[in-house]
Design a protein around this ligand. Structure first.
Ligand code: SF4
Length: 386
């Protein structure tokens, strides 16, 4: 039985654990990076992992491939987890809800026996699932944290991976980093909802000793450049304190970090369940700038029920940060995501006067991000919402 996985720029990080599982199972499998490659390929089972913004495109590709050959299509990832009925309706044979690791063996047995269930739903594993990029010909950022205790109302992480935070054991992280070095790469990046939460007892307060061991261990295995708290991880403002920033300045190569601010209105932050205030954001930026880090601040505009006066507050806050600190704004337009409390809620319009300011800052190099494309995408996605 030949297995295939379609890698896109949106699922390239979820592909490493699956690669490990496929390799361990001893199946004949291959990864494909384009639809053209898939059209030429031979396979019996094709795995898709996709997000909501990529769902429409995925359905089109599935239908095109289906018109050319017979194969079994299995879906997983954030969109199928929340929208499994839709995914089955759109032509998939089976859907994996949640993490694939706990149900992997059952799924494989059923595929071999040609006795596939429509839905494979698993309880989250108690520990961080064991996998390694050793099997994979492609190197990737190292995933170190799964789950998030905060449950922000717009974000899928807590609803998909749970509120209990699971950490990849330090030894495994260092083994993986050693493997990366052996294969000729001198830098490492990490995947974590909040990099500073790694090994933390409450999922937010940094564990200074543990992070020091991580950084020292990385240097010991030959890593020359540690990128921490920058894409594809970021940090929460309330995890930032002076001691941890000093430690990062001592060991980290990156001079830019990403901090989730999301709004300049404390009322809105509370409604979002963020668990921090605008004052926490300013405090975090102060420490980070003091130790030489440029801060890229994530903001999201157009939440359900967000008012113009809240957006004005956000604007004033962003202006204040831009004028006093070494920061850039990383702008997003809110998109309701399935599985979150905001799914099905109508986003608020981002007013023209606000967008004019964003465009101006973009021109001046003070702001970046895909906020304009996201606004376009959400129009299509939310067309049915009144
Ligand atoms: S936005 Fe960040 S802090 Fe909030 S739930 Fe998602 S990962 Fe956690």
């Amino acid at each position: 039985m030949r297995f295939a996985f379609w890698v896109t720029k949106y699922n390239r990080y979820s592909f490493v654990p699956l690669y490990y599982l496929l390799d361990k199972s001893g199946f004949d499998f291959k990864v494909y990076f384009s639809v053209d490659e898939l059209e030429e390929a031979d396979f019996d089972v094709l795995f898709f992992s996709f997000t909501t913004l990529f769902a429409e495109e995925t359905y089109k590709v599935l239908s095109k491939l289906r018109s050319q050959r017979n194969f079994v299509a299995v879906a997983g990832g954030p969109h199928p987890t929340a929208m499994w009925q839709e995914v089955l309706h759109m032509g998939f044979d089976a859907v994996v809800i949640g993490e694939v690791e706990p149900i992997w063996e059952v799924l494989c047995k059923d595929l071999v026996k040609k006795n596939l269930r429509r839905v494979y739903s698993s309880k989250l594993s108690a520990c961080f699932p064991k996998y390694s990029l050793r099997a994979s010909p492609y190197l990737s950022a190292l995933e170190i944290v799964r789950g998030c205790p905060f449950g922000c109302r717009f974000c899928q992480v807590s609803y998909m991976f749970g509120r209990r935070v699971r950490y990849r054991p330090l030894k495994d992280v260092l083994d993986e980093a050693g493997e990366i070095v052996k294969r000729g790469r001198r830098f490492v990046r990490f995947i974590a909802p909040n990099a500073l939460s790694y090994l933390s007892r409450d999922g937010v307060t940094p564990e200074l000793g543990g992070l020091r061991k991580l950084f020292e261990g990385l240097l010991d295995v030959g890593v020359e450049q540690i990128y921490f708290g920058s894409f594809p991880s970021e940090i929460r403002p309330d995890s930032v304190n002076e001691k941890i920033v000093k430690l990062m300045a001592e060991y980290c190569y990156n001079k830019r970090v990403v901090v989730g601010a999301q709004s300049g209105s404390n009322y809105r932050l509370k409604k979002l369940n963020r668990g921090h205030t605008v004052e926490d954001v300013e405090r975090a930026v102060t420490f980070l700038n003091d130790y030489g880090f440029v801060v890229s601040l994530d903001f999201i505009f157009g939440f359900p029920e967000e008012t113009e006066s809240e957006l004005k507050e956000t604007l004033v806050f962003m202006e204040r940060l831009l004028s006093r600190f070494n920061v850039r704004i990383h702008a997003h337009t809110f998109i309701p995501l399935p599985g979150t409390p905001y799914w099905g809620k109508k986003p608020s319009e981002v007013p023209k006067w606000f967008k004019r300011v964003l465009h101006g800052w973009e021109r001046d190099g003070l702001l970046d991000g895909n906020w304009a494309q996201q606004e376009h995408a959400r129009r299509k996605l939310c067309v049915h919402l009144k």
